[in-house]
Design a protein around this ligand. Structure first.
Ligand SMILES: Nc1ncnc2c1ncn2[C@@H]1O[C@H](COP(=O)(O)OP(=O)(O)OP(=O)(O)O)[C@@H](O)[C@H]1O
Ligand SMILES: [Mg+2]
Length: 278
């Protein structure tokens, strides 16, 4: 794996680019990654040195289990985020990379592409999500686990190559649902409560069983493979002590980068840059 400090430095730059975009000039090539998730649509823009220049995101329920369920809604949001980024940067975004969960069929991949093309960008690369995340992590051996809103996707890497992938329908939405149930509050309120670090000690015991379930999903899938490290990405892993429960459930060293939420979108943008430079 790339040095974790280096990974964290790069993620920190993406975080900074949300509030203060980097200045770019007309001669700069811009690379775009669009992550259409179950919970969030995120766009990351990099310059030609693969350095973060801008990032926009929006909570949206237009994708379910990795499949686009609201085509027009999804296209409108991508268009809106693209426009915001263009206004900030002063330049048009024309090409983008995307990623889909492992095992997504041809037709569903096309739908993802049409969303981004409908919003006015040519799709230059389609990868599976954990592979995209690994453009940031550069894991040679181990499992990358992406715990998003709707699903937990995992890819096992051996000598830098994917040898096994899986995707299961458990994710952050389920954590919010148990919080909503426990406090008798609406889902949206539970979602906010869960994400606020101030509440995460208080809700810990409520969400622990769902995290243990995610840990058992990981344990089941890696059985029979020689996996020595787990690398966590995806918004749900932001939760305080998430990595501790996964380590306890699996007995395997578990590594969580700074802000796992941004790893996959950043990786998709890196893939856009790599595709364009060949
Ligand atoms: N700081 C945080 N603490 C806890 N959970 C968080 C935090 N930030 C985001 N999440 C949760 O992460 C999930 C979204 O993560 P992510 O953006 O990786 O998913 P997605 O890509 O939209 O979904 P999927 O990969 O399942 O299609 C949501 O359930 C959200 O509540
Ligand atoms: Mg995702």
């Amino acid at each position: 794996m790339a040095n974790l400090n280096k990974v964290d430095e790069l993620i920190k730059k993406v975080e900074q680019s949300i509030k203060s975009p980097k200045k770019v000039s007309a001669s700069d090539k811009l690379y775009v990654g669009v992550d259409l998730g179950t919970a969030y649509i995120v766009i990351v823009v990099l310059d030609e040195n693969k350095q973060p220049v801008a990032c926009e995101m929006k909570f949206a329920q237009v994708v379910r289990d990795g499949l686009v369920v609201d085509f027009i809604g999804a296209t409108n949001i991508v268009r809106e985020l693209k426009k915001k980024l263009e206004d900030k940067l002063g330049f048009e975004l024309t090409k983008a990379a995307i990623a889909v969960p492992p095992g997504t069929g041809e037709r569903d991949i096309k739908t993802h592409m049409y969303v981004v093309e409908g919003a006015g960008m040519e799709v230059v690369s389609v990868e599976d999500e954990p592979t995209a995340a690994n453009a940031v992590l550069e894991v040679e051996n181990g499992v990358v686990v992406d715990v998003g809103g709707g699903t937990t996707g995992l890819s096992i890497f051996e000598n830098g190559k994917v040898i096994y992938t899986a995707d299961e329908a458990t994710g952050g939405t389920q954590l919010s649902l148990v919080v909503a149930g426990a406090y008798k509050i609406p889902f949206e309120e539970a979602e906010e409560k869960k994400k606020d670090i101030k509440n995460q000690d208080e809700i810990f015991h409520i969400v622990t069983p769902v995290i243990q379930k995610i840990g058992s999903i990981v344990r089941t899938h890696i059985q029979g493979f020689n996996v020595e490290k787990i690398y966590l990405v995806g918004g749900t892993c932001c939760l305080k002590d998430f990595e501790r429960i996964i380590k306890k459930e699996t007995g395997i060293e578990t590594i969580k980068p700074l802000n796992p939420f941004l790893v996959t979108p950043l990786g998709i943008a890196i893939n856009c840059a790599s595709k364009e430079n060949v």
